[in-house]
Design a protein around this ligand. Structure first.
Ligand SMILES: Cc1ncc(C[n+]2csc(CCOP(=O)(O)OP(=O)(O)O)c2C)c(N)n1
Length: 333
C-alpha cells in the first residue's frame, strides 16, 4: 500500500514538473481494496484492474519502473509510448489491460474465465468496477452472463461514492449497493474496503469458491475516492467534513495500527517507509534517463503477432470448419 501511494505521489510530482503526457487517476484512500484483493490470486490467475487499482498491478509483480515508463511515455514502456496510463496487457503476470468504455472489461474477462472453465483449468479471474461503471449496459450483460454460466470470476464493485462529479446516490435508486450486486443471483458480500485484512479475507473466500467450481462472487468494497476524478478535477463538489470522516479511516493508518498492535516497532515501520522511498527514488531516476519512443515504435506492440503489416488490407473469408458459410474477418498475410 505504501508503494502504491508513494508511486502515485511521485507521478503527481512528475506531472507538475511536465514529465507526464497525460493525467493521473489517483487511488488515494482505496489502496487496501486493490492490494488486499490481488493477494488472494495465484500464479495462472488473471486480473483486470480499473484505473484505481495500481496496487493490484504491483501485487501481481509489475515493476514500478514499468508504471513510470508508461506514464512518462518512454520508448521502453510496455506500450512503447502509445498509452500514458495502465492500458497494457502483460500475459506473464496475468494482467488484462483496462478497457476505457466503462463496463466492457467484465465482458472481455468473462471470455478468459469461460476459456478456463471449458479447458477445465482451475484458474480464476478477478476484476474491478466503480459503482458508476456498474450502471452501464455492458456491465449488466457481463454480470448476467458470468452468473448464468457460473464462471470462475470475482468482481469487485468499488463503491467510492463518486463517478466523476456524480454522487453514487444519483447513479442508482438502490440505497445499499449490496442490493445491486445481489440481484444477479450469485453470492455477494459487502466489505470494508479500507481494511486490507478484511478485503483479503473476503477475496480469498471468493477466489477459493470460484476455483472449486462455485462460480462468480461479487464483493462490494465500501470506500471513498479521496481526490478528484483525475488531476484536473479539484473535487470542489465534495464536502470537507465528509473527506475528514474518511481520512480518519485511511487504509494505511489503519494497517499501521494493526501491525503496531501485533508488535511491529516504530523502527520497523519506518524501515519499510524508507525502503519504499529509496526504491521509488531510484526508479524515477532510472526511468527519466530512458529515451522517448522512436517514430517506428508507433507500429509495434499493437497486434499480438509482430508480423502483421497494417498496409495489407483486411478481407472477408470463410471460417475453416463451417463449410465456408460463415463470413469471417481475417488478415491476409
Ligand atoms: C461508457 C463510458 N461512459 C463514460 C466514460 C467516461 N468516464 C470515465 S471514468 C468515469 C467515471 C467512472 O466512475 P466509477 O465507475 O464510479 O469509477 P471511479 O472513477 O469512481 O473509480 C467516466 C464517466 C467512459 N469511460 N465510458
Amino acid at each position: 500500500m505504501l508503494l502504491t501511494r508513494g508511486l502515485e505521489e511521485r507521478l503527481e510530482i512528475l506531472l507538475k514538473q511536465g514529465h507526464l503526457v497525460g493525467s493521473i487517476y489517483r487511488s488515494l484512500g482505496q489502496e487496501a481494496t486493490a492490494v488486499g484483493s490481488a493477494f488472494a490470486l495465484g500464479a495462472g490467475d488473471w486480473l483486470a484492474p480499473s484505473i484505481r487499482d495500481m496496487g493490484a498491478l504491483l501485487v501481481r509483480g509489475l515493476d514500478v519502473r514499468d508504471v513510470l515508463r508508461q506514464y512518462t511515455a518512454r520508448g521502453t514502456s510496455l506500450c512503447a509510448g502509445k498509452d500514458n496510463t495502465n492500458h497494457f496487457t502483460v500475459p506473464e503476470l496475468g494482467l488484462l489491460g483496462p478497457i476505457s468504455p466503462l463496463g466492457t472489461q467484465l465482458c472481455v474477462l468473462n471470455g478468459v474465465a469461460l476459456a478456463f472453465q471449458q479447458r477445465r483449468q482451475s484458474c480464476v479471474c478477478m476484476t474491478y468496477q466503480g459503482e458508476g461503471a456498474s450502471r452501464t449496459s455492458a456491465s449488466h450483460e457481463g454480470f448476467a452472463l458470468a452468473a448464468a454460466l457460473g464462471l470462475p470470476i470475482v468482481v469487485w464493485l468499488e463503491h467510492n461514492r463518486w463517478a466523476f462529479g456524480t454522487p453514487s446516490s444519483r447513479e442508482s435508486a438502490v440505497g445499499d449497493w449490496l442490493d445491486a450486486a445481489a440481484m444477479y443471483g450469485v453470492p455477494a458480500q459487502s466489505v470494508d474496503g479500507n481494511d486490507v485484512v478484511a478485503v483479503y479475507a473476503a477475496a480469498r473466500t471468493a477466489v477459493d469458491r470460484a476455483r472449486t467450481g462455485g462460480g462468480m462472487t461479487i464483493l462490494v468494497a465500501e470506500t471513498y475516492r479521496m481526490l478528484g476524478h483525475a488531476q484536473h478535477d479539484a473535487q470542489k463538489y465534495v464536502l470537507e467534513a465528509e473527506l475528514e470522516q474518511w481520512r480518519a479511516r485511511d487504509p494505511i493508518d489503519r494497517c499501521v495500527a494493526v501491525l503496531s498492535h501485533m508488535g511491529a516497532s516504530g523502527a520497523e515501520l519506518d524501515g519499510i517507509r524508507r525502503t519504499v522511498a529509496a526504491e521509488l527514488d531510484q526508479a524515477v531516476d532510472e526511468v527519466l534517463a530512458e529515451p522517448p519512443p522512436l517514430a517506428d515504435d508507433a507500429r509495434t506492440r499493437v497486434y499480438a503477432s509482430a508480423n502483421l503489416d497494417a498496409a495489407v488490407p483486411w478481407t472477408r473469408g470463410p471460417v475453416p470448419g463451417y463449410g465456408g458459410i460463415a463470413p469471417h474477418v481475417r488478415l491476409r498475410t
